[in-house]
Design a protein around this ligand. Structure first.
Ligand code: SF4
Ligand code: SF4
Length: 545
């Protein structure tokens, strides 16, 4: 894209240059959703009459007299752009005044372009692992690889003569928080002086937009509005509009919270394009095999849906602090608490959330998918707000969930749903599968919660168990425990491989066969006469890939 062309495209994008759009339909609607500042004077169409109301003039190409419209630029929003270009040229429109929408798409890539961000500075990759060379190769950068900023000074330039401000850094350290802290300690600023390597590894926004604009809309049984109000922030600070497994890995957003504020993430180009794929019903970034809203094979449609994006997320799920008082082998190889560097980032993230009232009007607060809420001061700061929120979905191992902590929730939420993960029905198994926890304390806290449930202070109360080799025989006793406590249901799911277990260990503990059916020895306990005679819905097995 040459400079003049870029200037013109930028003027079109910002609505500073009036345009005519050639094309009416999916392509044009998709373009106008993403580029919502376009100054459109009128639409041009081919010979086919269009149905429906339009608040701007519409001309067929034959009937259009270029002298009667003020706009000189025609933006082609049509799947056969070349044919349209020829028609416009034949009509006497200058080639310089014909823009194909795909050219506009390229402008979206500017915000993640390290060369533009560097503003004339040299690019350097900060790395402590082989991710650094991968990044420099993938991005085709003439990058300088360094292990630490000190090494940069020693190896690459004369000692003492280097000015860090001469470089723009791409952080490719094994632990992302490590790289951020190293550079911040040297006085460099996030985004202004360095960016995250992971965003360079995601597809460009122009590719993402191209994918959904050119994809065929699917006639799915129901529409999905989740990305318009739901936000999940995962353990690595990456945002998701629904369960991370719902988004196809290739297309997942890599713009971390911390590099972006909450508001920036929510209104980011990635989210906007993802939402477009719901509106135009192409669902092309969704994992059809995982999502239970989508059929893998669906017919086509010419329908579109309309959803408004809420000003702030209305449902928020956070998994940002892995700190836990337990170290269950099903989850992690040993005790783990946030490092000093991670804590520094969490401090900033929580401060931003509180100052910007991100959680104030939440309909659903969901804490925490990873780590334990009561072992993390950050989760607790987010849990107890000043303004009453609607629903709480709280998952915890229950060991630190004492009555005073429960009572502090009462003024903060209209409805409280509690999910306690236990993984055992007796002390010995508990000690084995939940190291760091105390069966005695857990029982005390469960009895307290059972009382709160009886008093009507808890709307939904679940105990849950990851069924595995060491506890499957306790399925009936686990259900008995639930009944004694008066829980709403007893939920059991299968062990998952998060990469922290060896293949052998996982195979030994896994209760599913290679074809994902349940092993016969486990079925025997699932079909125990006491278990199957519980009221419908009281016992839930959720075994999946
Ligand atoms: S994966 Fe499913 S739930 Fe997630 S956004 Fe797509 S359609 Fe919605
Ligand atoms: S209690 Fe939960 S978060 Fe903590 S180690 Fe166990 S499974 Fe992981």
């Amino acid at each position: 894209m040459d400079r003049e062309n870029r200037k013109l495209l930028q003027a079109i994008q910002k609505g500073e240059e009036q345009i005519l759009i050639y094309g009416m339909g999916k392509f044009q609607q998709d373009v106008e959703y993403i580029f919502d500042e376009l100054a459109v004077e009128a639409y041009l169409i081919d010979q086919c009459p269009i149905e429906g109301h339009c608040d701007r003039p519409v001309f067929t190409l034959d009937a259009w007299n270029p002298g009667t419209t003020k706009a000189k630029i025609v933006l082609i929003c049509d799947f056969d752009a070349e044919e349209v270009r020829q028609e416009l040229l034949a009509k006497g429109i200058s080639d310089a005044h014909i823009i194909v929408a795909d050219e506009l798409f390229l402008l979206l890539d500017d915000e993640l372009d390290p060369v533009l961000a560097a503003r004339g500075r040299k690019l350097a990759v900060l790395t402590d692992c082989n991710k650094g060379s991968e990044v420099s190769k993938t991005c085709g950068l003439d990058a300088l690889l360094v292990r630490t900023p000190e090494a940069l000074m020693l190896e690459c330039v004369e000692v003492g003569s280097v000015k860090l401000k001469d470089y723009y850094f791409i952080v490719a350290t094994r632990e992302f928080e490590h790289g951020i802290c190293v550079l911040e300690d040297l006085g460099l600023k996030v985004n202004e002086d360095f960016m995250d390597s992971d965003i360079l590894l995601m597809p460009k926004f122009s590719e993402m937009l191209h994918e959904t604009v050119y994809a065929q809309p699917e006639d799915q049984p129901c529409d999905c509005d989740l990305p318009f109000f739901n936000l999940i922030i995962g353990n690595n600070f990456w945002p998701f509009p629904c369960c991370p497994a719902g988004v196809q890995g290739k297309w997942a957003d890599r713009e971390r919270l911390y590099y972006r504020t909450w508001t920036q993430l929510w209104n980011s180009t990635w989210f906007k394009i993802f939402r477009l794929s719901m509106l135009n019903k192409t669902y092309c970034f969704c994992n059809h095999h995982f999502c239970n809203r989508l059929q893998v094979k669906a017919g086509t449609t010419d329908k579109r849906v309309h959803f408004e994006t809420s000003e702030k997320p209305r449902h928020l799920q956070l998994e940002i602090d892995y700190t836990c008082n337990l170290h269950c082998p099903s989850c992690r190889p040993g005790p783990r608490a946030a490092t000093l560097e991670r804590r520094r980032l969490l401090d900033a993230i929580v401060k931003d959330a509180i100052e910007n009232h991100v959680l104030d009007d939440l309909k659903l607060t969901r804490l925490a998918g990873y780590g334990d809420v009561f072992a993390s001061k950050y989760y607790q700061k987010l849990l107890y707000g000043n303004k009453k929120r609607q629903d709480l979905f709280l998952i915890t191992n229950g060991n630190l969930f004492t009555e005073d902590k429960f009572d502090r929730l009462l003024p903060c939420y209209e409805n409280i749903d509690i999910y306690i993960s236990i993984d055992a029905a007796c002390e010995d198994t508990y000690n084995k599968l939940r190291p760091g926890g105390s069966w005695h304390k857990l029982m005390q806290n469960l009895e307290m919660l059972a009382r709160k449930k009886r008093e009507g202070k808890i709307r939904f109360f679940r105990i849950q168990m990851v069924v595995q080799e060491d506890n499957y025989k306790e399925i009936p006793d686990f259900v008995r425990l639930g009944e004694k406590l008066g829980v709403s249901d007893c939920y059991m799911n299968n062990l998952r491989q998060w990469g922290h277990m060896s293949i052998d260990e996982f195979e030994r503990k896994n209760i599913l066969n290679p074809d994902y059916t349940v092993k016969d020895k486990v079925k025997k306990y699932m079909e125990d006469s006491y278990v199957v005679s519980r009221p419908e819905g009281f016992v839930r097995f959720d075994f999946m890939k």
